[in-house]
Each structure stands twice: as C-alpha cells, then as structure tokens.
Design a protein around this ligand. Structure first.
Ligand SMILES: *Cc1c(COP(=O)(O)O)cnc(C)c1O
Length: 448
C-alpha cells in the first residue's frame, strides 16, 4: 500500500487551517473607517485619498504619490507620465499579469516581451538589449510573486540606453532589494492595492515617484478636479481642468479609508508572512525536485508580502515527472496546488492577431516600425515557466504545527515520485497549466 493519498494513503493535511490563509486582516478599526466614510457621504471625495497618498509616499520613501481607481490605471498613468506615446515600444517580461503592459496599446505604443530569469521569474537584464530599438521608451519591471527583480542589472542597461524604468510593485509592496525599498529604483512606480494583493485596500492603485513632472503629468492624466494651479509645470498646467488621458481615475474613498488603517500594520503583518513562508521552505530544504522561489534575507532583500506564493519545480530530479501529475498528488494530500504561474502573455491572441482599433492589421504591429512578434520566438524561460512552477500555500501567520503538515504534503509526494511516473499524462494545457490571473473572490476561492 502506498503512503500517497492519491493511491489511498492517509492525507498529510488533517488540521483545520483556521484563519492562517485569511487576508486581508480586518479589525474594528477598518470597519469604523468604512462606516465613517459612509456617514460622511464622502465616497467620491478626495480628502482621505490625499491623506492616504501622503502616508503612502512617506512609507514608500518617495516624494510624491497619486491614487487611482485600480492598479491597471496606475500603470497606464505611469507609462503616460514618462512619455510613452504613439509608435514607442515598451519592454516587459512575458510572464506577468496582463495589466503590467496591455494598456500600452491605448497610448499607441507597442509591447515588446523580454525573457525571465529561471530562479527569480523576473525580467532577465541580459535579455533586455535584444529587445531594444530606436523606439524603446520604457522598461516595465515586475517584482514577480514578491521576488525582487535584478535591479542592478536592469538599471545598468536602462541608463546605458537612456530608457525610463517603470516598476510595477503590485506583487511586492514593502519589499526590499539589497537594502533599498522596491519601487524606488526606477523613474516611477505603479502598484495595485486590490483585495487579492498583499497590500489590500479594495479596488485601488497607487503611483509614486520623486520626479515633479512625472507626478504632475500622472495627476493631470485622470484627476481633473485636482488638476488646477496646484500643477505647476507650464506645459501641463495649460490644459488644467480636463484629464489628459480622457479618463477618470478617482479612488472610491472606502478604499482610501481602509488603506489608511492597513498601512499602519502592513510592515508588521508581512513580516509574519515571511516568517511563516521561510519556515515552510526551510522544512523543504534539500527535497529533490523542489526549489524555493525566495531570496536570502541576509543580503538585505526580501519577498515583501509573498504575494501568490509559488515554488520552482525541477522535473529532471524526479525522473521527468510532469508538474501536472505532481500537483494532482499534492492536491490529494489536502492542499490546493495548481501547476504553473501566469501564462506568458505573448501566447495570447490579443498580442498576436487581434486588431482592436480597426487599423487593418494586428494592434501589436500597427503602430510599430518593425514586427516585434518575431522577438517572441526567443523567450525560452517564459515558455517553460509553467512546467517548472506550482502554487504553494500563502500563509499569513507563523503557526508551525499547521505549516509542517503542508510542507509534509509536498515532501511526501516528491519523495514518492516513482509511484506517480506510470500514470503520468504529461503536462497539457487542458489540465490547467498556468493561468491569466490569480484572483478569485473569497466566496468562490478554494485557497489552499
Ligand atoms: C494586479 C496587478 C496589476 C493591476 O492591478 P488592478 O488593481 O487589478 O487593476 C498590475 N500589475 C500586476 C503585476 C498585477 O498583479
């Protein structure tokens, strides 16, 4: 009789997880903050949002902050504010959430995809030059699933070619790279504060920068009622009163009110997440086939709030066992575990064939001076990322007896991999390899 639950053995996970996965942490203070906005009827006001912006800027260690309806809008405003426009190219890793880059289309710009590093799953600085052309205006860097990107390498290439750097910290608010806060390396930082992220306020986004012109352009892009003589740059001020992007980006103040409460406890709460997650990985140290997606904190870097935690998979150490089969067996042990991370964006038809603005050719090439789709052929690490990664539990509390059971589930499956080889169907898309997004609303989420 096998030990593995998939063959009838007993499950590794038996204890009630309690609130170990519950996020965000909501207290009476959050409730009171919401009720106050409600009674003040200030949902569409801006007082709390501006207070939150000030606190966020301080906490981020940046001079300026602007709030938005959501992170997607913050990324778009960041691109616009650094000058991305018609015919420009923007470099972004192919493995990320679509909002990191898709809105470049609406500026008439063209997304160019770079490869990722296999250990960090973040953009590979050594693949950036291959993607650069005369028209490259910006690089978007994502600190993917909390892992800091290689900022030394990225900033070096960007400086050499005089290209703007936009950090997307949607997965890594409050994280560090070599002693410095993520979101302070590039020209501008955009982040999502929606409820599924580690910094969760509801639907909102934030942009931060040290550059006055970028700040003012970002504010003017979607905050018409704040776009007055407070915006001092003459070339921007002359259009005051109407939003430069033709869109409205105001934050619903329910979110700002929650943000003002959450920011007080955020650093302490993500510290506990990291303690729990590092403990999980310490338990799996040396297990064949499994590799942590994390950094060594001794170097002054960390995994922020460890958003959408994942593990790296080495099938060559497990007789070639597919990650799909591996995850099936882990699931049987009582853990919600799915193969892959985000699907590489370049594989979606919206980046290949779709003609979204009736230009008579695919939007991806309609404004570009070259067929950038050809560059998609050389993204080897993006192409295999889903077959070499899997979800792991995202613990919010350090509770060793519970974490041990989950670690045991992964360990047990990896150590007994030989029994799984004979029924291995191999990796296939119809078994759900990777996905376009991670979030599911709490009511229908089956968070491991
Ligand atoms: C969630 C996310 C965004 C967009 O944020 P929303 O608030 O959902 O609009 C942008 N970039 C990344 C990497 C994200 O994960």
């Amino acid at each position: 009789m096998s030990e593995l639950a998939i063959f009838g053995g007993s499950k590794a996970v038996t204890k009630d997880p309690g609130d170990i996965f519950t996020w965000p942490i909501i207290t009476k203070e959050d409730e009171d903050a919401i009720i106050k906005v409600l009674h003040d009827r200030s949902m569409s006001g801006t007082d709390l949002t501006m207070e939150f912006e000030e606190k966020y800027a301080q906490w981020q260690g940046s001079k300026y902050a602007v709030g938005y309806t959501n992170g997607t809008m913050a990324v778009l405003a960041a691109m616009f504010a650094v000058g991305v426009g018609n015919g420009d190219e923007v470099i972004c890793p192919s493995v990320t959430y679509w909002a990191s880059i898709l809105s470049a289309y609406s500026l008439g710009a063209t997304p160019v995809f770079a490869d990722i590093e296999p250990h960090s799953l973040c953009i590979d600085p050594n693949d950036i030059e291959r993607c650069i052309s005369e028209r490259t205006k910006a690089i978007i860097v994502i600190h993917y699933l909390g892992h800091p990107a290689n900022m030394d390498g990225i900033m070096k290439v960007a400086k050499k070619h005089n290209i703007k750097v936009i950090e997307d910290t949607s997965h890594a608010q409050g994280g560090f790279y070599k002693g410095e806060k993520l979101g302070t390396f590039g020209d501008v930082n955009a982040t999502s504060l929606m409820s599924g992220k580690s910094f969760a306020t509801g639907e909102a986004g934030m942009l931060t920068t040290n550059d006055l012109v970028i700040y003012e352009k970002a504010l003017a892009s979607a905050h018409y009622e704040r776009f007055d003589d407070r915006v001092t740059t003459p070339e921007i001020n002359r259009y005051k009163g109407l939003p430069l992007l033709g869109m409205k980006g105001r934050v619903n103040q329910f979110s700002s009110a929650i943000g003002l409460v959450q920011i007080k406890y955020y650093d302490e709460r993500i510290k506990e997440i990291r303690k729990a997650m590092n403990y999980f990985w310490d338990l799996l140290e040396g297990v064949p086939g499994l590799q942590a997606h994390r950094v060594d904190e001794k170097e002054g870097s960390n995994m922020a709030g460890w958003y959408a935690a994942a593990g790296l998979y080495k099938p060559e150490e497990l007789g070639g066992l597919s990650v799909t089969r591996f995850c099936q067996a882990v699931n049987a042990e009582g853990v919600g575990c799915s193969p892959g991370v985000n699907n590489p964006l370049h594989t979606h038809s919206i980046f290949q064939t779709a003609d979204l603005y009736n230009q008579g050719k695919p939007t991806r090439i309609a404004n570009a001076s070259r067929d950038v789709r050809k560059l998609d052929l050389e993204l080897p690490q993006c192409k295999i990322a889903n077959s070499r990664s899997y979800g792991i539990p995202w613990f919010k509390h350090y509770r060793p007896e519970i974490i041990q059971e989950y670690a045991e589930a992964y360990k047990k499956v990896a150590l007994n991999y030989k029994e799984l080889l004979k029924d291995d169907p191999g990796n296939s898309d119809d078994m759900g390899m990777g996905r376009w997004y991670f979030y599911s609303a709490p009511a229908d989420s089956k968070e491991s």
